[in-house]
Design a protein around this ligand. Structure first.
Ligand SMILES: O=C1O[C@H](COP(=O)(O)O)[C@@H](O)[C@H](O)[C@H]1O
Length: 260
């Protein structure tokens, strides 16, 4: 049976004693995913988020198991600002990670900031960048990322997919844009749910008591329909939650014992 008709895989929730342990286990998971992808295809396709996520990837720095030259990094969402702007997810990821590791510059795929005045063109250009990376190689209707790393906002948003927004119903575009983000800055691009739900691995990362309320709703009450609850890839895709105990304090959903 093709994956589009299979039910989504239940989330796997790992909750750790500390953000440091979370980062260590997350790095080990990413290294394993990298090996599987590189052994199979010779490359590792990753979509990365901004916010609190880049700092949580710190255990990848100075990690000899990471083959940075095999990585192809795209952005799960991006603020439509210059790449050196303080709001830029690219800039944040560069400061927290890319500037500290030997990843070839051409393996990082930022938005085309020459198109900031035309978000339709900018989103289309980013979709074309994805097509050139995926469609020629994977011939799938949607890109199949090896790994998508996501955060969650206190309102349950992920990427730049916000509650009650029309973008939540986008079923065809790989990359969409928003001009009225409730969280500044207002203009952003984002991967859409079809892309998120075709990934082989989607990993949400959340730490701290500030995420406790929303995490409980997202995981224990998916019927509430928060955007992060709607990330449910079907087999062979799998969604994971890498959280600390402060963030999962109110979550009833069963924890899994960590294993690679
Ligand atoms: O605005 C954004 O927010 C989310 C969540 O950020 P966090 O700091 O609460 O983890 C982030 O994942 C996304 O990339 C960013 O554009």
């Amino acid at each position: 049976m093709s994956s589009i008709h299979q039910p989504p895989s239940p989330p796997i929730l790992y909750s750790f004693d500390s953000p440091n342990e979370l980062s260590e286990k997350l790095a080990a998971f990413i290294v394993k995913a990298q090996k599987e992808a590189v052994d199979k295809k010779g490359r590792f396709t990753v979509a990365i988020s901004g916010g609190s996520l880049p700092k949580q990837l710190n255990k990848l720095i100075d990690n000899p198991a990471v083959k940075w030259e095999k990585w192809q990094v795209f952005f799960a969402d991006e603020r439509c600002v210059p790449l050196d702007h303080e709001d830029s997810n690219y800039n944040l990821c560069r400061k927290e990670l890319f500037s500290k590791v030997p990843i070839p510059k051409q393996n990082i795929h930022p938005i085309d900031v020459s198109l900031l005045d035309d978000l339709e063109e900018l989103a289309d250009a980013y979709e074309k960048a994805l097509i050139s990376e995926f469609a020629q190689k994977d011939s799938a209707r949607f890109p199949v990322f090896d790994l998508i790393l996501l955060g969650i906002g206190p309102d349950g948003h992920t990427c730049s997919l916000f509650p009650e927004h029309p973008l939540l119903t986008e079923e065809d575009r790989w990359v969409a844009y928003i001009e009225d983000s409730p969280k500044p800055p207002p203009k952003r691009t984002t991967l859409t749910f079809p892309v998120l739900n075709h990934a082989l691995r989607v990993v949400f990362v959340a730490a701290g008591e500030g995420k406790a309320d929303v995490l409980s709703t997202i995981i224990d009450n998916p019927e509430a329909g928060l955007p992060a609850s709607r990330v449910r890839p079907s087999h062979p895709g799998q969604v994971y939650w890498y959280v600390d105990n402060a963030a999962s304090a109110k979550v009833k959903y069963q924890r899994s014992e960590f294993k690679l």
